[in-house]
Design a protein around this ligand. Structure first.
Ligand code: ZN
Length: 434
């Protein structure tokens, strides 16, 4: 059993990311008496109420069964209630394993509790199954050095043709804003918040001064910008963190990464995370109000350096620039402010014109390679993309394109950007015939 609180204490107090906080060990650690976590993707948290366990999240389909076995190495009591902190598949995908465990042990089915928007999310996942399988493959396809490494493990779960596994447990009990729950002697206060998702629940346990925050704190820059997913809510995310902080928790229990102990430490972490998000929202909205377009805003707004350097706000997963785009989308819509992009020509036509001016697609691609060699990979990507749009089947162009995106990927910090660049490399390799 690892002493998780002392690891998080070391990282936060030193300000140095000396160890990776997002561990997927599938092992259980007790964090306080009767309170334990299985570090997985996502974690399963268990609280022993004396009259059954309350679990927070079920982990994903690949990890749920093994994570539940780890939980059972700690307690064999009936699971009274399973709370979904939100409906992302890495949190609900293992619920089939939780229900199967109850069945096997002859226990009654645990009550599944979630915010009412979880239901609509599950329905949306069925509606957009192909889209979601595609983006997950891109987003998590290149996890070589990632902090949020997926561990398929020995669990027996497998990824199928369904983004949302068929055996996911639908919520039995839902609520709107806030709801109280009592299991055994323990009181729980469930609160709805929008942030990473529209269906988040954070749960305050007053007796223990503990808060289960789901993904409102993830040991990475907040995942409020994901380029391939539905709207996120950075401003409301910050507000939720402030509401959590107002309880003055002494234990912060996230669904990814390490738990954090100590009222002052938690207050600081919550304040800094909220402040970073508030800064992005306020700066973006101020520029929008001044009439700035999206191009100006994404190249102007950034996180203050003292916050960007914190070991729990590193953009390993999402990036502040993507959060800025989501703020723009939330308040301003999808149009970026460029009149030519409102009703564009097919991009191959524009690319063909530019390639002709440049002396052909290969000349344009070669210029892209020069620009890349000079160090401006972002500009090189624009040029080589046009070359490939102008000559989609030209292996020589795609050789250069694959090389440029390979380099761009290796310089990108976030898993989301790396996944998309890796997807581009794979496309070009398919044309080359590698
Ligand atoms: Zn998550």
């Amino acid at each position: 059993m690892a002493d998780l609180l002392s690891i998080s204490e070391r990282i936060i107090d030193s300000g140095v990311l000396s160890e990776m906080p997002n561990r997927v060990t599938q092992e259980l650690s007790e964090v306080a008496d009767g309170l334990a976590v299985v570090e997985s993707f996502s974690h399963i948290w268990g609280l022993d109420t004396g009259d059954g366990l309350v679990l927070f999240d079920a982990s994903g389909v690949l990890t749920g069964m093994e994570a539940m076995e780890s939980m059972r190495g700690w307690r064999t009591d009936r699971v009274d209630t399973l709370v979904y902190t939100h409906g992302h598949v890495d949190h609900v995908g293992g619920s089939g394993a939780v229900l199967a465990d109850a069945d096997r042990r002859g226990y009654r089915r645990p009550a599944v509790v979630a915010h009412e928007a979880v239901q609509a999310r599950l329905e949306r996942y069925r509606l957009t199954n192909g889209w979601n399988l595609g983006i997950n493959a891109r987003q998590f396809g290149g996890t070589r050095n990632d902090t949020m490494r997926l561990s398929p493990g020995k669990s027996g779960g497998k990824l199928g043709e369904r983004f949302l596994p068929d055996d996911v447990a639908e919520p039995d009990v839902t609520y709107s804003n806030t709801v109280g729950m009592r299991v055994g002697d323990t009181e729980f206060e469930l609160h709805h918040a929008r942030g990473e998702t529209d269906d988040h629940t954070w749960t305050w346990v007053p007796d223990r001064k503990a808060v289960f925050v789901g993904d409102l704190f993830i040991w990475n820059f907040p995942n409020a910008g994901n380029p391939q997913k539905v709207q996120r809510h950075p401003g409301e995310w910050a507000r939720a963190l402030r509401e959590v902080a107002a309880r003055q928790p002494e234990l912060l229990l996230p669904a990814h990464g390490l738990p954090i102990g100590g009222a002052d430490r938690i207050a600081t972490v919550l304040d800094n995370t909220a402040t970073a998000l508030e800064h992005l929202v306020e700066s973006t909205v101020a520029l929008m109000n001044q009439g700035a377009d999206l191009d100006t805003i994404i190249h102007t707004v950034s996180v203050p350096a003292d916050l960007a350097d914190l070991p729990y706000l590193v953009p390993f997963y999402d990036e502040p620039e993507f959060v800025v785009r989501n703020i723009w989308r939330l308040y301003g819509g999808w149009w970026d402010g460029d009149p030519s992009s409102l009703k564009p020509v097919p991009k191959a036509r524009l690319a063909g014109e530019i390639a002709d001016l440049a002396g052909g697609p290969l000349a344009l691609a070669r210029r892209a390679a020069e620009v890349a060699d000079s160090g401006d990979l972002a500009l090189a990507c624009h040029l080589v993309e046009m070359a490939a749009d102008a000559a989609p089947d030209d292996p020589a162009v795609h050789e250069i394109r694959a090389d440029i995106y390979t380099r761009r990927r290796s310089e990108a910090s976030s898993l989301m950007a790396r996944g998309i660049y890796r997807g581009a490399v794979k496309e070009s390799r398919a044309v080359i015939g590698d």
